[in-house]
Design a protein around this ligand. Structure first.
Ligand code: HEM
Length: 396
């Protein structure tokens, strides 16, 4: 049971080596943390033994308190917290932070199956939220264990969107494969952007090339491996000299003398999930046009991390191919007609990304609303400034 203290007791712990503070009626022992505090010793020392609620919320997001919960030693007797701690996966109460259907408004797009799916996914993902945030702080590689948990929960397959690939998948909430549509999209809501890209972004944009264009025996091998989280795949199209300009790709594949292999040489850049991928669905130049090849990580294929400003978890990679041998049966679709594969894939990719982006946009609005309400400057909250309210109104 949590210990109970009076404010007078807390006030007696006001030295650097014995330092308690109060945040929203909870008591934190900062003695061991003060030297590690990213904001330095001074700001906490100034508030030693005192109520630091306003100072804390003016400078930190609530997640900081949840993460450092271990320093909480008790509560103030006869006081109740005034600030609600958001439970992982809970529906946000901030205006526009959620789809209006979740906030009690009628929507023609959301049916019972969406509600069941949302509740089940938030429960699964809520349980993993701390792992995801931790992941973003470290080297960023989503573990095999995490991938396999997501796979077993059916979430990897669901993120590809509706389609025959969902038959036989245990969809969260007991949703049937033919009920599933693009509005069953919950992942982005609880997963930080970089982790989202590293866990599903690279794979969601690449696995359709296997589902739709791989030879049956390859499809039957690779799809279950990827959907169960045991193997990872990425889409390797852009290059240092040709980003969106797909027609100018230079990575090339030449048929071996006996016609059994392609020999691939070239480079790919900004490949999401590439650092961790086992398979690369790769655009290459063949003798009369572009082709798509499924390339396994093998001799001659190397990946280097590209440091991005947003997150190491996205696994963004620079990929080099040096005389990589690829069996001809790994051709996706028809030789020299890879452009069709790429464009049909882009259609799907943009739709899935759009759903994710709409969630990400809602999260941005939510974070701004919350910060404007808690951050105090010039003697008042940011939200009390008309110019800030005007900006928020412009975001909706
Ligand atoms: C449980 C207590 C506290 C914890 C766990 C904590 C933790 C942190 C962390 C993790 C940061 C890095 C920035 C971030 O992630 O938001 C930070 C920054 C900071 N903290 Fe704290 N802190 C605590 C209490 C306080 C208090 C009471 C003050 C007093 C004013 C304070 C002042 C600051 C300042 C000035 C910064 C730098 C903010 C910036 O970069 O603009 N912290 N703190």
């Amino acid at each position: 049971m949590s210990k109970s203290f009076t404010r007078e007791e807390v006030a007696r712990h006001a030295a650097e080596e014995d330092l308690w503070i109060i945040i929203d009626s909870a008591v934190y022992d900062m003695s061991r943390f003060i030297d590690l505090h990213p904001g330095g010793v001074f700001p906490i020392l100034e508030l030693a033994g005192k109520d630091a609620t306003d100072a804390f919320y003016g400078l930190h997001r609530q997640e900081v308190l949840i993460k450092y919960d271990r320093y909480k030693i008790g509560t103030i007797a006869n006081e109740k917290p005034q600030i609600e701690i958001r439970q992982p996966g809970a529906i946000s109460k901030v205006p526009y932070a959620e789809s209006s259907a979740w906030m009690g408004f009628k929507s023609p797009y959301f049916t019972e199956s969406h509600f069941k799916f949302r509740a089940a996914v938030r429960e699964i993902m809520g349980g993993l939220e701390a792992d995801f945030r931790e992941l973003e702080q470290t080297d960023g590689k989503p573990s095999d264990e995490l991938m396999q948990k997501l796979g077993a929960a059916g979430l990897l397959a669901c993120n590809v969107g509706p389609g025959p690939h969902l038959r036989g998948i245990n969809i969260p909430g007991g949703v049937k494969a033919d009920e599933f549509d693009y509005f069953h999209e919950e992942f982005a809501r609880v997963v930080p952007r970089g982790v989202d890209d590293g866990v599903i972004g690279g794979f969601v944009i690449s696995i359709p090339t296997i589902l739709n264009f791989a030879k049956p025996h390859l499809r039957e091998k690779i799809v279950p491996e990827v959907f169960s989280g045991k193997k990872r795949i990425c889409l390797a199209i852009s290059e240092p000299g040709a980003g969106s300009d797909v027609a100018n790709l230079r990575t090339n594949a030449k048929l071996s003398a006996d016609g059994s292999h392609y020999i691939v040489n070239g480079t790919k850049k900004w490949i999401t999930g590439g650092r961790f991928a086992h398979y690369f669905s790769t655009a290459v130049r063949t003798d009369k046009g572009l082709s798509m090849l499924l390339i396994e990580r093998s001799e001659g294929l190397e990946t280097k991390a590209i440091r991005t400003s947003y997150s190491p978890s996205a696994g963004t990679a620079y990929v080099t191919f040096e005389n990589v041998k690829v069996p001809v049966e790994n051709l996706l679709g028809v030789e020299n007609q890879g452009f069709k594969v790429i464009l049909s894939n882009f259609n799907h990719e943009r739709l899935v990304m759009l759903m994710g982006a709409s969630y990400a946009g809602r999260i941005a609005v939510e974070e701004c609303f919350k910060w404007a309400n808690q951050r105090k400057v010039f003697g008042k909250r940011l939200i009390d400034q008309p110019v800030i309210r005007n900006k928020l109104a412009g975001m909706d």
